[in-house]
Design a protein around this ligand. Structure first.
Ligand code: SAM
Length: 257
């Protein structure tokens, strides 16, 4: 039966691709890659990182089929969930077209780990649900940017016997207000931790472009670390042409690494 492989490739460095992922990459006939060139500046640098991973781990020729990414309503739509679901369906239709046109086993190269803030699994399930294609699919885990953040700062992400909240910049104010005191934040281009009511009550461990040559790290009490983080963020962006960052926030009373 035709196979689809959803392959986590880690957060950007070829050394952080697992042996299982390398095997799966070498077993597929082609990779389906969304073309985000119309999306936002900085995609080129990410594409280059992905190409470098392919160069390192695929000894022969490899084939990439690009699929135009459907337009997405990014203007903070009133019904966010609905807007995302519409976009998933449009992407599923685009993948279906590409897979109907090009038989063979397909690989999706997913940044970091496919289980965290990535929709490839959901979209592949939608392709199946549309009923026009038959295939089996599996998921190969990858090193997440969160794991690399923890390793670089030599952190244990949970405090002893307590919980860990993983969330987005958009949700951070609500999670902090709800009393969560150990919070991992992703997808926060606006660095929303700046707007927390009492920045001196938090410790931050921050990392940008982890795994890239322009990786940047910072840690400290939030109110004291913020200026340095903003500077380091701008420098990483200037050096790489893109910036992605993630951070752990922990209330100072319990701020042990
Ligand atoms: C769409 S999510 C994908 C996460 C990915 N699946 C993972 O496991 O890391 C993108 C977010 O992941 C984080 N991220 C991904 N790669 C990163 C990197 N190399 N350095 C720092 N943060 C990264 C950032 O918070 C970014 O906004």
């Amino acid at each position: 039966m035709r196979r689809v492989r959803i392959i986590g490739i880690g957060p950007g460095h070829p050394d952080q691709v697992t042996a299982e992922a390398v095997r799966a990459m070498n077993e597929v006939d082609y990779f389906l890659v969304p073309d985000k060139s119309a999306d936002h500046a900085g995609t080129d640098g990410l594409l280059r990182a992905r190409e470098e991973i392919c160069r390192r781990h695929l000894p022969g020729e490899y084939r990439i089929v690009t699929v135009r990414d459907p337009e997405r309503d990014r203007d903070d739509p009133a019904d966010y969930r609905r807007a995302v679901e519409d976009w998933h369906e449009a992407r599923a239709a685009a993948y279906e077209q590409a897979m109907l046109a090009d038989p063979g086993d397909v690989g999706f190269l997913v940044w970091g780990d496919p289980s965290l803030y990535d929709s490839t699994v959901r979209i592949v399930e939608r392709v199946l649900a549309r009923g026009n294609l038959t295939f089996s699919y599996d998921v190969i885990p990858g090193v997440s940017s969160l794991q690399l953040l923890a390793a670089r700062h030599r952190l244990v992400l949970n405090d002893i016997g307590t919980s860990l909240t993983v969330t987005t910049g958009r949700r951070l104010p609500a999670e902090a207000a709800a009393g969560n005191d150990n919070i991992l934040v992703m997808l926060d281009g606006a660095l929303r931790c700046r707007a927390l009511p009492d920045p001196s009550a938090w410790h931050i461990w921050w990392g940008a472009n982890l795994g890239s040559p322009d990786e940047a790290l910072a840690a400290g009490r939030l109110d004291q670390a913020l200026d340095g983080i903003l500077r380091a963020r701008a420098e990483a962006k200037a050096a790489s042409g893109w910036v992605m960052d993630t951070y752990l926030l922990r209330r100072v009373s319990s701020a042990r690494p």
